[in-house]
Write a protein that binds this ligand. Structure first.
Ligand code: SF4
Length: 346
């Protein structure tokens, strides 16, 4: 079915991409893919109070703040675009056992479809690597948009190059939102302070890209750590190879993205130069409620590093996150400089 020709009478079809959930992981790929398909991509702006408020009003209470943000972004884009693209991520890796993502990521297009019946059904980008390769989702999307096979192949190659660039910027020490800005604005942007190696304390923050990347959702946690003088490392900066090294120390886990967070925690609890770890999670997140416990019980912490869980929801106040970030950095600084108990000096 050629959905675009049914809906758009003139100009390039406008496809909206809500800046939430997997936007922070795959936006460069999907943007380049859709542009290669001849579409205009319209991303919603960074989450603000109005968008968060709309999402909270539209969503049922007991879902995580990340899904509420998605609803707010869909509402923001409503009427501004012809279609909305909502990825459906079922399985993102092939292992010897079944792997999945969180049920919310699997059902995101359905949640949007049934909550916004006035909108045309969202375009889906389906990833189910346990059954079909990743490119299959691109092929289906391209065919749905009426793109010939050769055009799909060309767009796929360009999208893969963009995604590699995005991932390389994160490996160099940028958080997802800053890597996206760098891609849009070129290399002229100054390096963010949190990436500076010239700091006396280093904090590793482990969390989903959409929590780390959305400063309204995380209440500017990274900014508060940076302004407290800490260097910040994040789980999104690690390569698949670095995570894979941790595999032999960890139990199997069917949730792929949570397994990544577990492996990232293990990496940072052993890595030279890290002083403490913050595990960022959303209130109401089932998978993370299990993994935060596993980080404390199953992951080796040979240097007895301090771990702080930070649970976010739409009611979290910025001042609360700021106080905790500052207190955590103070604690780490104190631990570095305090004499071990029992050591006397003249
Ligand atoms: S993993 Fe947790 S935070 Fe992410 S979408 Fe699922 S419930 Fe929400």
């Amino acid at each position: 079915m050629n959905v675009v020709r049914e809906r758009v009478s003139e100009g390039r079809p406008r496809i909206g991409m809500p800046r939430a959930l997997m936007f922070y992981r795959y936006y460069p790929f999907l943007k380049a893919l859709l542009e290669g398909f001849g579409c205009e991509v319209v991303a919603s702006p960074p989450t603000n109070l109005r968008i968060m408020g709309m999402g909270t009003d539209l969503c049922v209470d007991d879902v995580c703040v990340a899904v509420k943000a998605l609803f707010g972004h869909v509402r923001y884009l409503e009427g501004k675009v012809d279609y909305m693209l909502i990825p459906r991520l079922v399985s993102v890796e092939k292992k010897e056992y079944d792997t999945f993502t969180c049920p919310k990521l699997i059902a995101a297009p359905d949640m949007v479809r049934f909550s916004f019946p006035q909108l045309p059904p969202p375009l889906e980008f389906v990833v189910d690597v346990s059954k079909v390769p990743w490119w299959w989702g691109c092929l289906r999307l391209g065919r749905r948009l009426g793109v010939p096979l050769r055009g799909i192949a060309r767009a796929y190659a360009a999208a893969t190059r963009e995604q590699r660039r995005f991932e390389a910027l994160q490996r160099e020490g940028l958080l997802p939102a800053d890597a996206l800005k760098r891609m849009e604005n070129g290399n002229g942007l100054p390096s963010p302070g949190y990436a500076s190696a010239d700091r006396d304390v280093t904090v590793a923050v482990v969390g989903h890209p959409y929590l780390l990347g959305d400063s309204l959702v995380n209440k500017r946690l990274i900014h508060w750590l940076d302004s407290s003088g800490a260097r910040v490392l994040a789980s999104t900066m690690l390569s698949p190879r670095e995570l894979e090294v941790e595999a032999r120390k960890l139990p199997d886990l069917s949730w792929s993205y949570e397994w990544e967070l577990l492996a990232a925690s293990s990496h940072f609890l052993e890595k030279e130069g890290v002083d403490g770890l913050i595990y960022l999670t959303s209130f109401g997140c089932g998978p993370d409620s299990l993994v935060t416990e596993m980080v404390r019980r199953e992951v080796p912490n040979p240097h007895k590093r301090a771990i702080m869980d930070l649970v976010l929801d739409e009611h979290s106040a910025e001042s609360g996150v700021r106080t905790r970030a500052e207190a955590f950095v103070d604690l780490l600084r104190h631990r570095k400089t305090a004499r071990p108990p029992g050591v006397l000096t003249r």
